[in-house]
Design a protein around this ligand. Structure first.
Ligand SMILES: Cc1cc2nc3c(=O)[nH]c(=O)nc-3n(C[C@H](O)[C@H](O)[C@H](O)COP(=O)(O)O)c2cc1C
Length: 224
C-alpha cells in the first residue's frame, strides 16, 4: 500500500457541467410492477447511513410509479463482473409511454427487464419484488419516505422531476465468498468489487490505498 500527496493544482477553472456524476456504485433496483412482475432499474444515485438508504430517482420512471404504489424494493448491488448485464438495461424503461426526452435519447420500452438483461430472478425473503441472482449483494428494503427534490422556500415544486426515496433495509444477503474470514456479519472490502458509474462510464475500484484511520472504529460500534 502506498500513498502520495497530491500536488496543488496550479490554478482551478470554473466550469458548468451538465451532470455531476463523479462516481457512485451501481445498483439494479427491483420494484413491483402493477401486474406483480419485477421491474429492474439501473441507478447509481444512492448512499447508505445506518440501516437507511437514500436513492435519487427520476419522478417519471416506472420505478417511481411502482414505489409510490407498493413501497418495497431490493437494491441489487452490481459488481464489475456484471457490467455487460447493466449495460443491456441502459436506455430502457418499464414505461410503455416513453417520454419525449427519453425517446430522443434512444430509450425504448422493455416490459421484461430480467430477459432484456439476461439476468435470473430469485424470490426475496421480506419483500415482494424479486432479487437478481447474479448480484453478489441484495439489500431488501421498505420505503419510509419520498421527498420531492428541488424544494425551495416556496415549498416543493408541483411536479418534481426527481425524488429522494428513503428506505429502511429489512434484510441483507451476500454471496458467502464476500464474507470476512472469521466474522459472520462482516463483508471483506478487499473482495467486494463494486461497479462504479462515473460521468456515464463504467469503472471498478483499484486496490486498497493505505490504512484508514476511520477503520480503527470497530464495525459493531455502529450497530443500533
Ligand atoms: C449506470 C446507470 C445509472 C443510472 N443512474 C440513475 C440514477 O441514479 N437515478 C435515475 O433516476 N436514473 C438513473 N439512470 C437512468 C434510469 O435507469 C432510467 O431512467 C430508466 O429508464 C428507469 O427505468 P424505469 O422507467 O423502468 O424505472 C441510470 C442508468 C444507468 C445505465
Amino acid at each position: 500500500m502506498t500513498t502520495t500527496a497530491p500536488d496543488v493544482a496550479a490554478e482551478h477553472v470554473p466550469i458548468d457541467p451538465a451532470i455531476l456524476y463523479f462516481g457512485t456504485p451501481v445498483v439494479l433496483l427491483s420494484s413491483l410492477n402493477p401486474d406483480g412482475s419485477t421491474n429492474l432499474m439501473p441507478m447509481s444515485s444512492v448512499f447508505w447511513l445506518g440501516r437507511r438508504a437514500v436513492l435519487g430517482i427520476g419522478a417519471r420512471s416506472q420505478t417511481a410509479t411502482n414505489l409510490r404504489a407498493h413501497g418495497e424494493l431490493v437494491m441489487n448491488l452490481a459488481s464489475t463482473a456484471m457490467t455487460h448485464h447493466v449495460d443491456r438495461l441502459a436506455l430502457t424503461t418499464g414505461r410503455r409511454d416513453v417520454s419525449p426526452w427519453k425517446a430522443s435519447a434512444g430509450y425504448v420500452y422493455a416490459p421484461d427487464k430480467f430477459a432484456t438483461a439476461g439476468l435470473t430472478a430469485r424470490e426475496s425473503g421480506t419483500v415482494a419484488p424479486r432479487r437478481v441472482a447474479e448480484s453478489p449483494v441484495h439489500l431488501e428494503a421498505v420505503v419510509r419516505a419520498i421527498h420531492p427534490l428541488g424544494s425551495g422556500p416556496e415549498g416543493p415544486p408541483a411536479a418534481p422531476s426527481q425524488l429522494a426515496v428513503e428506505a429502511e433495509v429489512t434484510r441483507v444477503w451476500i454471496d458467502p465468498a464476500l464474507r470476512l474470514a472469521g466474522h459472520a456479519n462482516r463483508v471483506d472490502p478487499d473482495r467486494w468489487r463494486p461497479l462504479i458509474m462515473s460521468f456515464q462510464q463504467f469503472y471498478g475500484l483499484g486496490e486498497r490505498l493505505r490504512p484508514s484511520r476511520l477503520a480503527t472504529i470497530d464495525e459493531e460500534h455502529y450497530r443500533r
